[in-house]
Design a protein around this ligand. Structure first.
Ligand SMILES: *[C@@H]1O[C@H](CO)[C@@H](O)[C@H](O)[C@H]1NC(C)=O
Ligand SMILES: *[C@@H]1O[C@H](CO)[C@@H](O)[C@H](O)[C@H]1NC(C)=O
Ligand SMILES: *[C@@H]1O[C@H](CO)[C@@H](O)[C@H](O)[C@H]1NC(C)=O
Ligand SMILES: *[C@@H]1O[C@H](CO)[C@@H](O)[C@H](O)[C@H]1NC(C)=O
Length: 519
């Protein structure tokens, strides 16, 4: 008894002493601080980053005790209106004092703050790292020991060299200390980990000649997988608090032009990725291709809105994928799943023949996009079976929840949208703009069924530009069996009981639509 009390006292003393937060150095040559906002965390200025249509701050902090945030307008102007702090469902109590917005957090969150007439500020807070490797020692391959240039002076091969050396000793870690590294294609080797220390930035050069062309897409031209795993590999991990910068805006503006996926786990098993920040992709940012068993956590994808086809996380033809605690800001879809035919455009370099997609869960994901926030499709060339989107929030999207069966004849089935909060739905990507769009679309590339969809415990605070869809195209390509449970429209406190209340207008070729409210 006495002992356990003492132990408890000792433990809480330790947690008091060890409560802390950390921010990360910016390579000043490429990232400036926000010109609009300053952020103080418990009284100390944190390192913000100025960006395109929003600015951001990335820190890690311990949970438990209350930590104070003060966001101020740098120009000293008084804040006259309460900003929107998203996710709105969080119990954050804020107040305004002069030019400061003040609130406290006990837990880590990804937040988007919108002041009237100003661009957004994203405050991305991760848990403190628990698995920081030593920078030197047995099984650690520090890239500086392999000649890597961390001043960003020119293309450096030291990271690949360290990786190749590490691969000879399975289980090793390639350690990347803070600094700016310009790199060509990077091959992540079998059974090795890449640790990106906070303050490290791997950057794409945006120069085509520095990269291997792996595929050509009819509308975009040549492309590459900037950082990929070896085929037939296993147990690869990418982690830390460092940044992968795709330099996408410069890439799409360059001549000759090359677009790139930033991180491509492909043909690999037991892949893990935790804690990194991915930004400015010129194409689908994080693309999993033909992967079995992957876990992606605490990932931040900050793309620009003036670059197209820059999806956040796409899962292609993979099985048992978990994406947990992610924020994806992109012009194109934030989170989606796809299957595609063999040897066409982007699939030319795929390691295996086409595979179905199964058992994918997106949990606690936060979306901001001009297209779809959470989507199955458009490609359904092989079956997609078992995709769950849960505990997600949409800050803004053209379509909140979607299954868009546009290409292929296979079925998309057993798809769940559960505990989702849609804050803003506006715009009309591809002519569809709605809180919900579950539909088969005949584009001359095949049609197929959508079966067994659950839409459960949803708050749709906006309906979207047009009415919602639940529609197939013929008897064989129907939307079959959709269950709505506890779906709340706008500010309504009563769950919807029919499709009219859900604002679903397009209903052709749909059947077995059920309402099963518990509230
Ligand atoms: C911030 O300050 C409060 C009050 O001193 C303290 O309890 C808390 O642990 C601090 N937070 C961090 C992350 O250091
Ligand atoms: C990776 O390691 C496993 C286990 O040793 C082995 O079976 C596999 O062939 C290796 N893959 C590659 C690409 O070397
Ligand atoms: C994933 O599949 C889609 C087809 O739905 C394709 O357009 C995209 O390029 C694929 N991604 C990659 C990285 O190959
Ligand atoms: C609220 O929802 C209930 C049940 O779905 C419906 O009867 C009612 O008309 C709705 N009210 C408004 C204002 O939409």
């Amino acid at each position: 008894m006495v002992r356990s009390t003492l132990l408890l006292a000792a433990l809480s003393a330790i947690s008091l002493v060890s409560a802390k937060w950390v921010d990360y150095d910016r390579p000043e040559d490429i990232y400036a601080k926000s010109g609009m906002y300053s952020v103080k965390v418990n009284g100390t200025y944190a390192k913000t980053v100025s960006y395109n249509q929003y600015d951001y701050l990335h820190i890690s902090m311990s949970e438990g005790p209350s930590t104070e945030f003060r966001v101020a307008a740098v120009d000293g102007q008084k804040i006259t209106e309460q900003p929107v702090i998203s996710p709105k469902q969080l119990p954050i109590v804020s107040r305004i004092e002069g030019n400061e917005l003040i609130f406290s957090l006990k837990k880590v969150h990804y937040l988007i703050i919108k002041f009237k007439d100003k661009k957004e500020l994203i405050i991305a807070i991760d848990p403190l790292e628990t698995d920081v490797p030593p920078s030197k020692g047995d099984g650690i391959f520090n890239v500086l020991d392999y000649g890597a240039d961390n001043k960003g002076k020119g293309v450096t091969t030291g990271i690949q060299k360290a990786m190749d050396a590490a691969a000879k000793k399975p289980g090793s870690i390639v350690y990347v200390p803070p600094g700016l590294y310009l790199i060509g294609n990077l091959m992540l080797r079998n059974r090795t980990s890449l640790y990106l220390a906070g303050g490290s930035v791997l950057r794409n050069t945006a120069k085509k000649s520095d990269y291997k062309v792996l595929w050509t897409k009819s509308d975009l031209g040549d492309g590459t997988w900037w950082i990929q795993t070896e085929f037939d590999s296993q147990d690869i991990k990418v982690y830390g608090r460092g940044t992968l910068d795709g330099n996408g805006k410069a890439s799409v503006g360059a001549s000759p032009k090359l677009v790139a996926d930033i991180l491509v786990p492909v043909g690999t098993t037991n892949f893990k990725c935790d804690g990194i920040l991915v930004r400015d992709s010129s194409f689908w940012a994080v693309s999993l291709i033909q992967v079995t068993d992957a876990t992606i956590t605490n990932i931040k994808i900050f793309d620009r809105f003036d670059v197209k086809q820059n999806d956040g996380i796409d899962v292609n033809e993979s099985t048992k994928v978990r994406v947990r605690r992610a924020i994806a800001v992109a012009n194109d879809d934030s989170f989606s799943t796809k299957t595609w035919p063999q040897d066409v455009g982007t699939t030319v370099p795929y390691p295996y023949p086409p595979r179905p997609l199964r058992d994918v869960i997106f949990d606690d994901c936060f979306a901001w996009t001009y297209c779809y926030a959470f989507k199955v499709g458009q490609g359904v060339y092989q079956e997609q079976d078992g995709v769950t989107f849960k505990n997600g929030v949409v800050y803004r999207a053209g379509v909140g929840l979607g299954i868009h069966h546009l290409f292929g004849t296979a079925a998309a089935k057993n798809v769940r949208f559960e505990n989702m909060d849609l804050e803003r739905v506006e715009g009309e990507p591809g002519g569809t703009g709605a809180w919900l769009a579950v539909f088969v679309h005949d584009n001359g590339k095949g049609v197929g069924p959508i079966q067994n969809v659950y839409v459960k415990n949803i708050r749709a605070r906006k309906l979207g530009k047009y009415q919602a869809k639940l529609a197939g195209v013929d008897e064989k390509s129907m939307v079959d069996t959709v269950t709505f449970s506890d779906v709340f429209m706008l500010e309504n406190k009563t769950a919807a009981t029919n499709l009219d209340q859900l604002n679903v207008k397009w209903r052709q070729f749909s059947k077995n639509i059920k309402f099963d409210n518990t509230k």
